[in-house]
Structure formats: C-alpha cells, structure tokens
Design a protein around this ligand. Structure first.
Ligand code: AMP
Length: 288
C-alpha cells in the first residue's frame, strides 16, 4: 500500500494508473476511520481496479468556532485499517500542500446547500464541494463512494458532478450503525458514557417517525412534533434541525409520501451529531 502526501505525486500516480488502463475508485474521508468508512472502502473495491482512500481533515468545511482543531485524528490506526481492507493508495496531504497560502478559488452549489446543515454551517458545503473538486482533479477517480449518513452532502456532490460535468460516477453506501442503532461517526468518540446513551435519541426518533408513518400518519408537522418530544426527554440533547424533505430536491414537504427524507441534527452536550432515514413507498406498502 502506497502512502502519498504530495498532491502533485498523487495526481501523477493516478494519471499513470489511467495510462496503464486501470480504473480508479476514490473514498474521500476525514480519517479516524470506523466500520462505516470500511464498508465504503469495500464497496469501492468492487467498482474499480485501483482503490484510493483520502484522509484529510478539510479546514474549509469547518466554520469559525467549530471543531477543526479537536477533530479526532489517528493516522497510524487509519493506515492499518486501510492496509487490512486492501487499499492501494492512501492520499494523506497536509492542509498547506492542499491549499496554497493565497488560495482564492471555491466551488459552490447554491440551492441544495442552503437548508439543513447549511443553515447552521453556512460555509460548510462550499468547503465540501471545493475539496471534493480538488480530490477529483488530484486522484482522477472514475468512481467515488460517499455515505448516505451525510445525505445532504451526497445530494450536493451529485448536483455538482451533474452541473459541472465531472466524469465521475457517484456511488452511495448505506449508513453503518452500532449494534444499538447509533450511526457510526468519528465524533461519537467525544461522547461521555452518559451522552452516548442519550445520543440514541437520534435513531430512536427516526424509528418513531417510520413507525408513525407505517401506522398511517402523513403530516410532517405531526411527525416532527413527536420526534421533538422524544428528543426533549434527554437532558443534554438540543435539536438543531428536524427536516422532512423530498429526497431528491431537499425541499420541505408538508405531507409525507414516497421518497421522503427525514434528516436530523442534534447536539448532545458539545457534540453535534446527524442522522437520517428515507421513508419510501415500501414503508407505506408494509402498512397496508
Ligand atoms: P467523514 O470521514 O466523516 O467525512 O466521512 C467520510 C465518508 O464516510 C462520507 O462519505 C460519510 O458519509 C461516510 N460515512 C461516515 N459515517 C458513516 C457511516 N456510519 N456509515 C456509512 N458511511 C459513513
């Protein structure tokens, strides 16, 4: 397994892979890898000849006062996981090499980025689309794999690929959860044991929404209310948003029908967690 720090060297290596007739899959990550990342790596493995995992805590997607400095990092552990999963190249650049001191070009999606996480984190998706563009130009992937855990990010990246004609196929992997249902996240490490227990309110509120829908509730307002009540029982939990939107357009819907995405962000103590669930027509069929 190669570890490449220089963007220039990574790009040269990727271009050589293409000249050798090989396809490339990229899994972009911020490191502190867990089984959710591992599942995306395995999915990527089956879609291309060469597998590149990037590990880069991207400063431009963190706002002022957010957790850039304290974001968990453990490169040695990440390296071992990548080796075990048969990754060909780990791209691990420094922030200085990735963004020049006088860096002044950004890529911005202007519609899907505005709501949900974009409300509390107004420059977040501009950082994401900018770094993903850079990673696509550097690692030259044919295929890139992202997690449904970050549902809004998936939609924003898909729109960017469509609107800017990137020759990259986006593949989406399902959310991997702890045995009790908590969505895996690098940030879970920050939770105290008491907060860890309270963090289950995210998945429980999404399960409640799906159950209410199955039982016939269609009003978004009613479902949001019920989710809020469940989360409010946890003393350290503060709802940032509960959004009930069309899965494709991310526009709010008043009545839940097919392909509705319920996305939530809740701060537990100091740690902001997100999760989501797609309510599909299959859910409705089950209730008939
Ligand atoms: P991150 O390192 O948190 O930026 O995530 C890197 C990629 O892994 C993103 O595409 C995430 O959506 C994805 N990811 C994070 N957590 C999970 C999870 N629990 N299950 C599946 N994919 C995940």
């Amino acid at each position: 397994m190669r570890i490449i720090e220089s963007p220039h060297e990574m790009q040269a290596s990727a271009l050589q892979m293409h000249r050798d007739g090989q396809t490339i899959a990229l899994v972009p990550t911020m490191g502190f890898l867990h089984d959710g990342h591992a599942s995306l790596i395995r999915l990527a493995r089956s879609h291309a000849d060469r597998l590149v995992v990037s590990i880069f805590v991207n400063p431009t997607q963190f706002g002022v006062g957010e957790d850039l400095a304290t974001y968990p990092r453990d490169f040695e552990r990440d390296r071992l996981l990548c080796e075990k999963e048969g990754v060909d190249t780990v791209f691990h650049p420094t922030a200085e090499d990735t963004y020049g001191r006088d860096h002044s070009v950004y890529v911005e999606e202007t519609v899907l980025s505005r709501g949900m996480c974009g409300k509390a984190r107004p420059s977040h998706f501009r950082g994401v689309t900018t770094v993903v563009t850079k990673l696509f130009n550097i690692a030259q992937p044919d295929v890139a794999v992202f997690g449904q855990k970050d549902a809004q990010q998936v939609r924003v990246v898909q729109r960017m690929v469509r609107d800017l004609n990137f020759p990259v196929t986006i593949i989406v992997g399902p959310t991997v959860r702890e045995p009790d249902g908590l969505a895996m996240s690098s940030r879970n490490k920050r939770l105290s044991s008491d907060e860890r227990a309270q963090a289950l309110c995210l998945v429980r509120s999404l399960e409640l929404a799906a159950r209410l829908h199955q039982e016939g509730t269609r009003s978004s307002a009613e479902i949001r209310e019920a989710m809020c009540r469940l989360i409010a029982k946890e003393p350290s939990a503060e709802v940032d948003y509960i959004e009930i939107v069309d899965h494709a357009s991310l526009q709010p819907v008043e009545t839940i029908d097919t392909q509705t995405l319920i996305a939530i962000a809740v701060t537990i103590g100091e740690t902001r967690l997100i999760d989501n669930r797609v309510i599909s027509s299959d859910d409705a069929a089950q209730s008939l």
